[in-house]
Design a protein around this ligand. Structure first.
Ligand SMILES: NC(=O)c1ccc[n+]([C@@H]2O[C@H](COP(=O)([O-])OP(=O)(O)OC[C@H]3O[C@@H](n4cnc5c(N)ncnc54)[C@H](O)[C@@H]3O)[C@@H](O)[C@H]2O)c1
Ligand SMILES: N[C@H](CO)Cc1c[nH]c[nH+]1
Ligand SMILES: [Zn+2]
Length: 429
């Protein structure tokens, strides 16, 4: 049963704290466990990865890497209608992300000076595609398409081997559509560690991106520094703010769309309309019975879900900005008026006909998004995550001499005489 609460300020603050604690308290026990897995993989490589795969996934293929020929064979009987839908989704994702691409630049400068910035794709990136309790072909597209646009040198994808004793053909089909270079059937913290440290078979990467459960998110957090990471993209979250124009059956459906991802997922509705709140709670109970993952939905909704009745829409907006949810639905009259008021959300879905799964699968913006309040400072996965910039400077002798005294003065003020000397020796020439 989802709890319905009168949301005064004190209640909302306490609720937000308890939600944040769901991850940080868990973090402490999970962190120790994940740290042990990372160390084991660093010390024992492929053998440790295989041991953990057997332990957590129940089986491990003979060799973790799957070749292009094997992918062709395994995907031969994919549903052509599914492939066509994925191709159309990929088109939308490509079109949205292509506009994010930054170009190298040379700045307009006086004669004798050349400055600018070179933008290039990262050398090698590891992409994590979740696959513990469900397979996510859509996450392959969301991770890999921006990497391709950024012109990453090599894209190495890891994903758990699946629960059926053979690799998920639809994940492999998505890898082919998106243009992954190498695929390894390994998941969890051990896969992130293999990418970060490199093993005999898994190549070491510069950065690991992609979503995953608490073990994956914690591994990325602990390995930051050894590798770069995109963000903390952990268990899914949805917050819906709604006024009297919202429809309970839509709200219930959208809340459960995210609750079904994980027992630790969170689904919250905040509205000033008490009748709407009650009708949505009843709809959740009704619709849940028809859904295949109702056990997961029930558990996440009971532990991390709520319907909060607030005073007015301004309070709902404040709550959203404080919670900083991964997904934020605005089911209100004139939804576009809210765009400029919502500062902290991974992705905002505006109006009754922009449900969250539209963004998960099809519209174009990325579905790899920051969770647990980190939308305060992280952004959705984008082409920017896959590039690196170097600036460059060229001065002729005449231009350097014009600047020499200023540079020497600043260097001497910092008492860095070797810096000053590097300029002075050129002045004396
Ligand atoms: N934030 C985002 O952008 C986003 C996008 C898609 C999915 N998600 C999230 O990704 C997650 C997918 O989770 P999943 O579990 O289905 O797949 P997953 O691939 O993230 O995790 C499965 C792996 O976790 C490891 N694992 C499982 N139990 C373990 C244990 N007790 N100890 C150590 N390791 C263990 C195993 O190695 C297993 O292969 C969900 O939380 C979902 O909400 C987030
Ligand atoms: N909602 C997820 C991000 O939290 C992404 C996803 C993939 N497939 C379905 N949903
Ligand atoms: Zn989803």
């Amino acid at each position: 049963m989802i709890r319905i609460a009168k949301g005064d300020r004190a209640y909302c603050e306490a609720f937000i704290q308890s939600l944040k604690a769901r991850v940080s308290e868990n973090d402490r026990s999970v962190e120790d466990k994940v740290a042990e897995i990372l160390k084991d993989v660093r010390d024992n490589g492929d053998e440790a990865v295989r041991r953990y795969t057997m332990k957590f996934d129940g089986w491990a293929p003979e060799k973790a890497e799957i070749t292009k020929e094997e992918i062709d064979a395994l995907t031969a009987d994919c549903d052509p209608a599914f492939i066509a839908s994925m191709e159309r989704a990929a088109e939308n994702i490509r079109a949205f992300h292509a506009r994010q691409k930054q170009q190298s630049r040379i700045d307009p400068s006086p004669t004798g000076v050349l400055m600018g910035q070179r933008v290039r794709g990262l050398h090698r990136v590891g992409v994590y595609v979740p696959g513990g309790t469900a397979a996510y072909p859509s996450s392959v597209l969301m991770n890999v398409i921006p990497a391709k646009i950024a012109e990453v040198g090599e894209i190495v994808m890891v994903t758990p081997p699946g629960r059926t004793g053979k690799p998920d053909k639809n994940i492999l089909a998505a890898a082919r559509i998106a243009g992954v270079d190498r695929v390894f059937l390994i998941g969890g913290a051990q896969a992130v560690a293999a990418l970060a440290y490199g093993t005999e078979t898994v190549p070491k990467v510069d950065k690991v991106v992609g979503p995953g459960n608490i073990f994956v998110a914690t591994a990325k957090k602990l390995l930051y520094g050894t590798i770069d990471i995109d963000m903390i993209a952990g268990p899914s979250e949805i917050l819906v703010i709604a006024d009297k124009t919202a429809k309970p059956e839509f709200l219930a459906a959208d809340l459960m769309s995210q609750a079904e991802h994980d027992r630790m997922a969170s689904a919250i509705l905040i509205t000033p309309e008490e009748d709407l709140a009650k009708a949505t709670a009843a709809e959740i109970e009704r619709q849940m019975q028809t859904l295949s993952r109702k056990d997961i939905i029930k558990e996440s909704i009971e532990n991390f879900g709520a319907i909060i009745v607030c005073e007015n829409m301004a309070e709902a907006v404040d709550f959203a900005n404080e919670l900083a949810p991964e997904h934020l639905e605005v089911c209100c009259e004139n939804p576009l008026e809210y765009i400029g008021k919502l500062d902290n959300a991974g992705s905002v879905f505006l109006g009754n006909y922009s449900p969250e799964p539209l963004g998960d699968y099809f519209a174009g913006p990325n579905h790899v998004l920051p969770t647990s309040g980190t939308a305060r400072f992280f952004s959705p996965l984008s082409v920017d995550d896959f590039i690196k910039k170097s600036s460059f400077i060229y001065y002729t002798e005449a231009e350097l001499l014009k600047a020499a005294d200023d540079i020497i003065r600043i260097a001497e003020t910092e008492e860095l005489t070797a810096h000053a000397n590097s300029i002075a020796v050129r002045k004396k020439k």
